[in-house]
Design a protein around this ligand. Structure first.
Ligand SMILES: O=C(O)COP(=O)(O)O
Ligand SMILES: [Mg+2]
Length: 235
């Protein structure tokens, strides 16, 4: 049984959890394909390709456009173009999901240490968080290239556990993708799966997170049981 009352710190996924970033990822993907004189793609297709970082996104887009397996040098040629297009247009059309700013502020004022654990390259993560005015909430920020392995590997989460000196049952991962839930399970930590993000078109419930939430604001009710437990201990 999940013990919500033990939660002391929270790790958040970024794309599809805090920020709906697909419109700008799709624009950068399409601009890259256009540079290469390849057929474009839809935003919906990009939504189903996001989840394993920029390189895998571009690899999936090229595989689709070429209708065959992509060669390493084709990917190597495309990546700087994608990075350039995305860097210049990180938040033209991306948006924070409802209540994100408010809930992060509440969690911060309640004293939870918060982290970002994203597969997005680190160099895009910081400016995006800053652009939306939420970077100050996170005391630790890990991009997909910050460590040797990214989600679904547990490495970023075990890194956080040792950084914060927490037991696995004291850390919560909140994310929209099976990569978030698989990483959480492999690290032995609690997870919440959000239904509104990107999960390759699959139901996040199939990954069996400890709880499924349809709205970001619903995480407050689960996390607040840990506060009640702390209050009772302090009486
Ligand atoms: O960039 C991606 O592919 C996914 O990023 P996320 O881990 O924040 O969802
Ligand atoms: Mg995500």
């Amino acid at each position: 049984m999940t013990c919500w009352k033990n939660i002391k710190a929270i790790a958040f996924d970024l794309d599809g959890t805090l920020i709906d970033s697909v419109p700008d990822l799709a624009a950068a993907t399409r601009a890259t394909l256009s540079d290469l004189d390849l057929p474009g793609c839809t935003e919906e297709q990009v939504r189903s390709w996001v989840g394993n970082g920029a390189q895998v996104l571009m690899s999936r887009a090229l595989t689709h456009a070429l209708a065959r397996e992509v060669l390493q040098d084709e990917l190597d040629n495309a990546m700087p173009k994608f990075m350039h297009h995305y860097q210049d247009n990180l938040q033209q059309h991306s948006q924070l999901y409802p209540c994100v700013k408010d809930i992060l502020a509440q969690l911060t004022s309640l004293g939870f240490p918060l982290a970002i654990v994203t597969n997005k390259p680190y160099r895009f993560t910081i400016p995006l968080l800053e652009a939306f005015g939420i970077s100050h909430h996170f005391s630790h920020i890990l991009g997909g290239d910050s460590l040797a392995r990214m989600k679904p590997d547990p490495m970023p989460l075990t890194h956080l556990l040792s950084h914060w000196q927490l037991m696995p049952d004291e850390l919560l991962m909140v994310g929209d993708s099976k990569n978030d839930i698989l990483a959480a399970k492999a690290a032995g930590i609690t997870s919440i799966g959000l239904t509104y993000g990107y999960n390759y078109g699959e139901d996040i419930g199939l990954s069996d997170p400890d709880a499924v939430c349809e709205q970001f604001s619903e995480i407050m009710a689960l996390v607040s049981s840990s506060l009640k437990a702390t209050e009772q201990e302090n009486v």
